[in-house]
Design a binder for this molecule. Structure first.
Ligand SMILES: [Zn+2]
Ligand SMILES: [Zn+2]
Length: 400
């Protein structure tokens, strides 16, 4: 894509700011929890139909997918944004604060919908120069409710099958004017573990007659901290956190069993395999050394968000050309997880993060905080990056 047409994208995204802001503020006033985003989906579908998109609604309850075909030959490119709010009572005091008690857009997904609809307008006004087909996906229930998997099960990645996929998060922990567009892992895989330590209870004053699962559990908690520090290279990263420990009902009784639960976060599949294997082995052997036995159950929660190097490269180049003075960070990553990971397992793509800190001073209240806020101009930056990347990816025949 020529630089001229990319600089027009920036201008148009800025001109659309009042539209983007009004969408974001309207949704912020009327937040809806996962699978209940009926009003939100109605606004999205109405706007897309008016722009001439072919719209499908009701995917995974409240999901929407829309297609626009360009006049020129090209590839199928998908962009996904999420819709849901969180069960949090808003405390920002903003003029456009949530009007729904106990529900708040505290992750910025209202801003994501605004980005999606702003991009929809920019693509619709470029049909003449648009290559290929663009599929815009508005996904419900990202906040741990499995929206992406359900949309995939209901065919969102079929007919037409996307050849590249994009998604983003407005991120208020990064300053305005910065974007994270990187190859490889961006967000962590999450696994949940449960360790049941079986001992042999008895009188608290006669420990020699027991196999104490409380002591064994305490040793297991401590020993698990050696998994990351001793089994993983200092150049790789992982998290093992024991977050629950329950055992016993009385001050003078050594209980029969103890239960530990926690989470494991990793970025690389081989690191993940190693950590899971070590957690299992350490728990079993340490418990055995204390005369108890450990049963370890590991349940995968979400895979890692892993960006395709070629799609990330095209996205970064398009972003740099479209947004003046954009600072692109290629190293940042976060240990949170995101269900876009399931779509990126099937379609090569790029998940990027757009700086949205509400002010230059101090650390803003983070995502999922009752005082969470973003700088709304980040919506313009994100919409320009997404539009430019879609246009370039739809045009290129070999990702390069
Ligand atoms: Zn969130
Ligand atoms: Zn989020």
């Amino acid at each position: 894509m020529e630089r001229r047409s990319l600089s027009e994208i920036w201008e148009e995204a800025q001109n659309l700011f009042p539209f983007s802001q009004s969408i974001r503020r309207d949704l912020h006033r009327h937040p809806e929890l996962g699978y209940q985003e009926k009003r939100t989906a109605g606004i999205i579908a109405g706007e897309l139909k008016q722009l001439g998109y072919e719209v499908r609604t009701g995917i995974a309850e409240t999901g929407v997918a829309a297609l626009i075909e360009g006049n020129l030959p090209g590839r199928v490119v998908m962009a996904r944004v999420d819709l849901d709010a969180l069960p949090i009572q808003e405390e920002t005091g903003a003029e456009y604060a949530s009007q729904v008690p106990g529900v708040m857009h505290a992750c910025g997904h209202d801003g994501h919908v605004a980005v999606g609809l702003t991009v929809a307008r920019m693509l619709a006004s470029r049909r003449e120069e648009l290559h290929g087909t663009v599929k815009l996906v508005f996904q419900p229930a990202e906040e741990g409710l499995g929206g992406a998997e359900r949309m995939i099960a209901e065919g969102v990645l079929d007919d037409p099958v996307p050849e590249a996929a994009l998604a983003l998060h407005l991120w208020n922990q990064l300053p305005m004017g910065k974007a994270v567009i990187r190859p490889g892992p961006l967000m962590a895989a999450a696994d949940m573990f449960t360790i049941r330590i079986q001992g042999h209870g008895g009188h608290g004053a006669m420990p020699e007659k027991t196999a104490d699962p409380v002591l064994a559990g305490a040793q297991v908690v401590t020993a698990l901290q050696s998994v990351v520090s001793r089994s993983i290279s200092p150049l790789e990263s992982a998290v093992v956190s024991v977050t629950q420990f329950s055992a016993g009902d009385a001050f003078n009784v050594i209980p029969d069993a103890a239960l530990l639960r926690g989470t494991i976060r990793t970025y690389e599949p081989d690191v993940r395999e190693r950590v899971l294997e070590r957690v299992r082995s350490v728990a079993e052997h340490v418990a055995a050394g204390m005369g108890c036995s450990a049963e370890v159950l590991i349940q995968p929660v979400t895979p890692a968000v892993i960006n395709d190097p070629q799609v990330a490269k095209v996205t970064a180049a398009a972003a740099a050309a479209a947004v003046p003075d954009l600072r692109i960070d290629e190293t940042y990553r976060v240990a949170i997880s995101e269900d876009m990971a399931y779509m990126l397992e099937q379609v090569p793509g790029c998940y990027f993060m757009v700086g949205a800190a509400p002010s230059a001073e101090g650390t803003p209240y983070g995502h999922h905080h009752p005082k969470f806020e973003i700088d709304e101009r980040s919506i313009t930056v994100a919409a320009a990056i997404l539009t430019a990347a879609i246009l370039d990816l739809a045009k290129s025949s070999d990702h390069s």
